[in-house]
Design a protein. Structure first.
Length: 473
């Protein structure tokens, strides 16, 4: 249904009808008048009226044209952008958040989310609840469990349960068939996958028309992975291929991945990261990295900078953090407030910032090379409050060298491209699904103005500030 589009002729007819060409036409559902419209494809358009009917944008016209609508919003002095995405979410990682997440996302202007890993037994009920008829919630797209290797990192014993094992090609084919039957929107490959299983997963995904996301498997080089998937997360393991002598680093990893002692997947992965990550960053090789970036030319990078560089911009230091805590589930607040207080008193040692600084630099290099970037947060991991943290990610993308418009592109256009929905989402124009955010501040002047959410249109439904606040706690 999402891939349904209005023809050009139908769009023109609707514009004519809504502009009073046909006095007998029913009024549209909503008109936002005299607003400055901003999107990464069409740029800035001032004094526009955006008309919504039956869940879609049916017209974007100059502000002086008369429009009949059941509900009208005066957009004077305000800014209308496409609904934002959080492109990296875990709905069920911490079940204290699961029920509250939809409201928290909408409260902060996030109208679509991509769940990047969780067991079907938990994720499916969460997705079904969000998609239920009449529910006020973001659009949700999901992958089901992480497709890991023989040794699973998130195995439910050493880490929360997010992944399933794929020790061989036969198992991998069966798992993809099972996930496709469950209705997943994409697949996610994880770090312990072997090259042989990776090849099978890519083949199966292509044959079923499923986009692929993932981490660079530790058994492979980043430049051999990027061309075969549509997005990669956290910039993780790319540093290993940007270093001097990447072949030697790979050989050492493959030796340790044989794992004759049966070390749990989480411990084995941590061992490899601790052994090679920071030395690889220190051994950066410009020529090697240029080849890696070239291989990523069509692969959306979702760097989760607010997580990687948490020590460079801790949320506890923000002036609006305490107000944010008041919106979170009561079962979380006590724990997060205790950490906040301890951090402010200097009682919580901050992580080493080497990888965070490297992540900012790598995104700068990727941006200069034209590599596409998407905005995701890993919510709720690492104090990522649902909704709120996406705005922090946008700030970090700008800090890494993207313009405010390019940061908006990362949270609107890129996610739509991943799912083949560029004709449906990501811009403000006739025929697009009506997911919109009304801001009081211009995000192109200051990206922090994406936080100035006055209203949200989700699936054609207008939610004012009072209604948005009623969705939380």
């Amino acid at each position: 249904m999402l891939r349904r589009t209005l023809s050009h002729t139908m769009s023109l007819m609707l514009v004519c009808a809504l502009a009073a060409c046909n006095p007998d036409a029913d009024p549209a559902d909503l008109a936002i008048e005299n607003v400055t419209v901003i999107d990464a494809v069409n740029g800035v358009r001032e004094a526009q009226t955006v008309v919504v009917d039956d869940g879609r944008i049916v017209a974007v016209t100059s502000g002086g044209e008369a429009v009949e609508a059941t509900e009208t919003v005066d957009g004077t002095g305000r800014y209308l952008i496409p609904g934002l995405w959080d492109f990296h979410v875990h709905l069920t990682y911490d079940e204290r958040f699961t029920e509250a997440m939809p409201g928290l996302f909408l409260n902060h202007g996030i109208t679509s989310i991509r769940d990047t890993g969780g067991p079907l037994g938990l994720v499916l009920p969460a997705v079904e609840a969000i998609r239920a008829e009449g529910t006020t919630a973001p659009r949700v797209f999901f992958a089901g469990p992480l497709l890991d290797g023989e040794h699973v990192v998130y195995d439910g014993e050493n880490r929360p349960l997010l992944g399933i094992a794929n020790p061989d090609a036969e198992t991998a084919r069966a798992n993809v068939a099972m996930l496709a039957e469950a209705g997943v929107d994409f697949l996610k490959i994880y770090e312990m996958v072997s090259p042989e299983v990776f090849e099978v997963l890519v083949e199966e995904a292509r044959s079923r028309g499923l986009p692929m996301d993932g981490h660079v498997p530790l058994s492979m080089r980043a430049q051999d992975v990027g061309p075969h998937v549509q997005s990669l997360e956290h910039l993780r393991n790319i540093e290993l291929d940007c270093a001097t002598a990447p072949e030697a680093l790979l050989a050492e990893r493959q030796r340790l991945l044989a794992n004759p002692e049966g070390v749990p997947g989480a411990n084995l992965r941590s061992q490899l990261h601790n052994l090679q990550r920071l030395p690889a960053v220190a051994a950066y090789d410009e020529q090697n990295c240029a080849a890696v970036l070239e291989s990523m030319a069509s692969t959306i990078q979702v760097p989760t900078l607010r997580l990687n560089a948490l020590g460079l911009q801790p949320p506890f230091s923000r002036s609006d953090w305490d107000a944010l805590l008041d919106k979170l589930p009561a079962s979380v607040v006590t724990e997060w407030r205790a950490t906040t207080d301890a951090s402010r008193e200097g009682g919580v040692p901050m992580r080493d910032n080497t990888f965070g600084e490297w992540s900012l630099r790598l995104i700068e290099l990727m941006h200069e090379a034209g590599v596409p970037v998407g905005a995701g947060t890993d919510t709720p991991i690492g104090f990522a409050a649902p909704g709120y943290s996406l705005h922090s990610e946008l700030e970090m993308l700008v800090r890494a060298g993207l313009s405010p418009m390019e940061a908006l592109e990362a949270a609107t256009v890129r996610p739509a491209e991943f799912f083949g929905l560029s004709g449906e989402m990501g811009t403000v124009e006739a025929g697009r699904l009506a997911d919109l955010v009304l801001l009081s501040g211009n995000p192109l002047d200051d990206i922090t103005n994406t936080r100035t959410v006055e209203a949200v249109v989700t699936k054609g439904q207008l939610l004012g500030r009072d209604e948005l606040d009623a969705l939380v706690r």
